[in-house]
Structures are given as C-alpha cells and as structure tokens.
Design a protein around this ligand. Structure first.
Ligand code: C5P
Length: 301
C-alpha cells in the first residue's frame, strides 16, 4: 500500500513585510496564489523513516530529518503515538530554494500522505496546526487556491479569484536562503520606520475580478530589494521579462525565482521563449493559477 499526494508551488502576488518581531519572525500580509507546478510525495510503509528524492534538482534536497517531509511524518506520528516508519519519496518539480514553497509543499504533501496511509484521520484543523508548526508557508501548501496569510504568514483567509492568471517563472543559477533574505531586509530597513503590513485592496479586487492588468498594477514584494541586494543579477532577468512584454515582473517570495505575469497563455509562451534565449536564467517554466492545494492522487495497494 502506498499513498501519493500532489502539491502545488506558490507565487506571492503581494508580500508586505513588517518590522522584525521579538521572536525574529516578521508579521506579514502575504497574498499567496497556488500555481500549476507540482511536487508529488509518495508514502510507503518501511522499517524506519527514509526520504528519497528524484527530479533535476534532487541533488540539492536534504534527505535527513531537516527535510520538511520527514518532519511532517515525525510530527503526525508523535501526536498519534506511532513510529514514523515510512518511506517518503519526493518527485520534485518545484525549484529548490527558489521562493516557491517547494520545501513547504513537501511538508504538506507528506503530512496528508501519512495521514491517509496510517488512517490517523486528522481533522483539517489538526493538519493546519501541524503545518503551521513546520513552517510559515506550509499551511498554504495544504490549502492551495488563493489566500491572505497574516501573522508570520500561517494564518490564512481564503480569497475569491475570478479567473486564471498566466505566469512565467525563471529559475536562477543558485538558490537563496529565506532567513538570509529576511536578515538583509532587516539590514536595509534598519534606519527606516517599517509600517504594519496590510493587504492591498486594489490587489484583492484584481484577484476577485480575474483581471491581469489590474493585478499587474498592484503586485508588490517587500523582500525584492533584499533579494536583489544578495543576488544583483536578478535585475537582468526582471528586465528581460519586462522587455519581452510581461505585464509585471517580480521576485517570487524570498527569491531567487522571478515571476512574470502575462495577459493570456500565448503571451506567456512568448515571454518564456524570450527569457529562455536571454541567458539571464537557468530554466523557464509557465504555469497558471489558482490551482487546488495538496490532493491525494493515488491511494493504492
Ligand atoms: O517559517 P519558516 O521556517 O518557513 O521561515 C524560515 C525563516 O524565514 C525563519 O527562520 C525566519 O528567518 C524567516 N521568516 C521571517 N518571518 C516570517 C516568515 C519567515 O522572518 N513571517
């Protein structure tokens, strides 16, 4: 018997960041959109916890207990008095250390897969609780669609979206560490008065209408200056996408993946082609969203 769960990547259409809190985290107004790039996590009974990974970036994925998939299995087993005796295989398509919640997706996927495999029947609330313990972006990976995350990003309110948005993602030559990007944000804002993070009403209206031009005018990412400061070459990628006709170009989350909004599928293909030949990034993918969150695709004996 094994269980496979499919989990989407995310792009942050707004990432408003407040000042560092006493616990080191930052209050956020984080508008997440789940997009159609997916990891698949398969849970199979085993003698002991083991994580394996396949896919082009598999070599960069830690297979020890720092992996969020492993931590999810340990957390669920611990709450239910079980041993986390499971083999978790991650078929990885979401860029690693890319700012698209790839690690979070694996955490949410492993949690749902183990819950199904072990018959622990955790409530949605318990699953969301465990997700929030694992990391700020993990609850959204479970829920998918579009949502506003407040607190450190883990407190979610679902958002209405009136259509599908077409995106191009440019993956960079190397990753960026999320804590390092937040530290750089702190350094860059040291002498400034950082306002409380609030969701933009224009942005929420644009999502509700499904209007890509209005969304393009409203997207923002307060971590972008910090990501650019640590990875200045990203400015060239953003410029290449803009020159190719993207409606908006921004760093996805803490980066270094860059995200480009297009009016429809055909223009997304054109932007993708131009980025591929620009020599400013490693790989380019297109994906649209919103898409559903973590979903069991193959329970099987
Ligand atoms: O919650 P998660 O483990 O994904 O966060 C990774 C790191 O990103 C944290 O250790 C912290 O440095 C930073 N972070 C933050 N404020 C948030 C979310 C993450 O400073 N709201």
């Amino acid at each position: 018997m094994s269980v496979t769960v499919r989990v989407p990547a995310k792009v942050n259409v707004q990432l408003a960041v407040g000042a560092a809190r006493p616990d080191g985290f930052h209050d956020l107004a984080n508008v997440f959109l789940a997009v159609g790039l997916h990891d698949e996590v398969t849970a199979t009974p085993a003698d002991a916890l083991r994580v394996t990974c396949s896919g082009p970036d598999a070599g960069q994925v830690p297979l020890d207990r720092t992996n969020l998939a492993a931590r999810a299995a340990i957390a669920l087993a611990g709450r239910h008095g079980l041993e986390p005796a499971v083999h978790l295989h991650i078929a990885k398509d979401i860029p690693v250390a890319g700012g698209m919640a790839g690690g979070s997706a694996d955490g949410a996927g492993a949690l749902l897969a183990c819950d199904e495999l072990w018959g622990t029947n955790a409530s949605r609330e318990e699953l969301l609780d465990i997700c929030a313990e694992l990391g700020s972006d993990v609850p959204f990976s479970l829920v998918g669609g579009a949502a506003l995350g407040t607190g450190r990003g883990e407190r979610l309110t679902g958002l209405e979206v009136g259509g599908s948005f077409h995106w191009v993602f440019a993956m960079a030559e190397r990753g960026l560490s999320t804590p390092a990007v937040f530290r750089e944000f702190d350094r860059l804002t040291e002498t400034l008065d950082v306002p409380e993070p609030v969701a933009s009403q224009e942005l929420l209206d644009a999502l509700a209408k499904g209007d890509p031009d209005a969304l393009a005018a409203a997207v923002s990412n307060d971590l972008q200056p910090a990501a650019l400061s640590l990875f200045p070459e990203l400015a060239g990628t953003l410029a290449a996408g803009r020159a190719a006709g993207a409606l908006a170009a921004l760093v996805s989350g803490s980066g270094p993946t860059t995200a480009f909004l297009a009016r429809e599928e055909e223009s997304a293909r054109q932007v993708a082609e131009a980025l591929r030949t620009s020599g400013t990034c490693r790989t380019v993918r297109t994906a649209s969203g919103p898409v559903p969150g973590a979903t069991v695709v193959a329970p099987g004996r």
